[in-house]
Design a protein around this ligand. Structure first.
Ligand code: TV7
Ligand code: CA
Ligand code: ZN
Length: 384
């Protein structure tokens, strides 16, 4: 089956544009087949779709993909019948195997983020969401970590045509390695990544000591975190480090990658974040009132990822935390995607997705102080 489940998307009200496309990437793999369709169905079931507007998307062209990717990589991804040797060289194995419809998939992932970026730049919307995007590991000449195309880099490059200084914030469990690498030398893009950091943990980059290079010095901020990272630590780090960079840098636009693999219920079992804990980050970023592009990312517990992105969409539509937590699923769910909620007893909220799990937060006060003091010093050296 080479067809995508749904090709449909959404944009929103006073300036929200959302694009929860479905993705079709190799069933049985820890990727995200059917996940965005689930978000889409959930938004409709909860009647939240009335608060935003859908925008049309144009699949990216090969030439657009080449603004970041190499010609040889674009050819390998778009053309069938490549040799084993080429596939191996281009990373199109293991985590990123080729599959029927890969060509259309990469054009759609890149095209959806580019369309959202252009929508923002048109000035009609202050915030655009593409839950289908956020493939932050895609390299110039290789696929990596379930990412076949780096829509994040392409989106930031497009936004740079209009916005002088862009702040990229990546709260996915994994380091936003390829985005950081793409802008390592740039002072026009400030890359901040919060990520789990441990020997052997993918992708292995993102040490605290890396802070950018040449003109881009201090424009890379890594926040390597330990097991059990919870809501309280997230709030603290966001306030002391992320807001610190924001105030000092004064970006003209913001890109937020809201991967949900840090949720307590994710199969990675590394962090201990709750749905509101992560979702409220979106409220803080949106409150800056800068042109903002919100992207998806990881998230391997599909129902809880859908809950978090639905929560975040509701935040962007202006709902309070209390209003969102009062949302209830209708008792009859006919949509096939929503049947996944059956195992959860058709409830939206439960102890684990509201409060996290019983897990020690190894990011103790001493460790957070060390991260904070290192970043405070660098923030002081940033020129607005
Ligand atoms: C969103 N972790 C992407 C995160 C990408 C993580 C990895 C797997 C994995 C792959 C599988 C599989 C898996 C249960 C989990 C070093 C390797 C080890 C492949 C077998 N089950 C995001 C990528 C990470 C593939 N990769 O940031 C097929 O887990 O650790 C690795 C690399 C080499 C390749 N092998 C895994 O959240 C954009 N992969 C089952 C079948
Ligand atoms: Ca990250
Ligand atoms: Zn991830």
């Amino acid at each position: 089956d080479t067809s995508f489940e749904t090709v449909q998307y959404t944009v929103g009200m006073p300036g929200i544009c959302i694009h929860p496309l479905a993705s079709k990437v190799c069933s049985g793999r820890p990727s995200n087949e059917g996940r965005a369709a689930l978000v889409d169905s959930l938004l409709v079931a909860l009647q939240l779709h009335k608060s935003y507007k859908l925008i049309p998307i144009t699949p990216a062209t090969a030439a657009e993909l080449q603004r970041y990717h190499s010609l040889e990589y674009v050819s390998a991804v778009l053309k069938k019948g490549q040799s084993e040797k080429t596939l191996d060289k281009m990373g199109l194995i293991h985590d990123c195997p080729i599959f029927p419809g890969l060509d259309a998939y990469v054009k759609l992932v890149a095209g959806s983020t580019l369309s959202c970026a252009r929508q923002l730049m048109s000035g009609q919307h202050q915030l655009c969401i593409n839950w289908y995007g956020g493939r932050h590991h895609g390299k110039r000449s290789a696929a990596s970590g379930f990412c076949y195309v780096n829509d994040v880099v392409l989106g930031i490059q497009e936004m740079r045509k209009q916005y002088q200084k862009i702040m990229y914030i990546d709260v996915d469990l994994h380091h936003g390695d390829a985005v950081s690498a793409a802008f390592l030398h740039s002072k026009n893009v400030l890359c901040v990544s919060l990520h789990h950091y441990d020997t052997g943990f993918f992708p292995g980059t993102g040490a605290l000591s890396d802070c950018g290079s040449g003109p881009g010095e201090y424009h890379t901020a890594n926040v390597p975190l330990r097991k059990g990272f919870g809501d309280q630590s997230l709030d603290r780090v966001f306030h002391s480090i992320v807001e610190g960079y924001y105030e000092a840098y004064q970006p003209t636009a913001v890109v937020l990658l809201l991967g949900c693999d840090g949720l307590a219920t994710d199969e990675h079992k590394k962090w201990n974040l709750s749905v509101p804990g992560l979702g409220e980050i979106v409220r803080k970023v949106a409150s800056w009132k800068k042109p903002t592009l919100v992207l998806g990312g990881g998230g391997y517990n599909h129902t809880d990822t859908a809950r978090c992105w639905t929560y975040s969409t509701a935040v962007c539509s202006g709902m309070t935390k209390e209003e969102i937590l009062a949302l209830e699923l209708p008792s009859k769910l006919s949509e096939k995607h929503l049947v996944q909620f059956e195992t959860d007893g058709y409830t939206l909220w439960n102890d684990e997705n509201l409060r996290g799990r019983t897990m020690v937060d190894e990011n103790d006060d001493e460790y957070l102080k060390e991260l904070e003091s290192t970043h405070q010093e660098r923030i002081g050296k940033l020129r607005p």
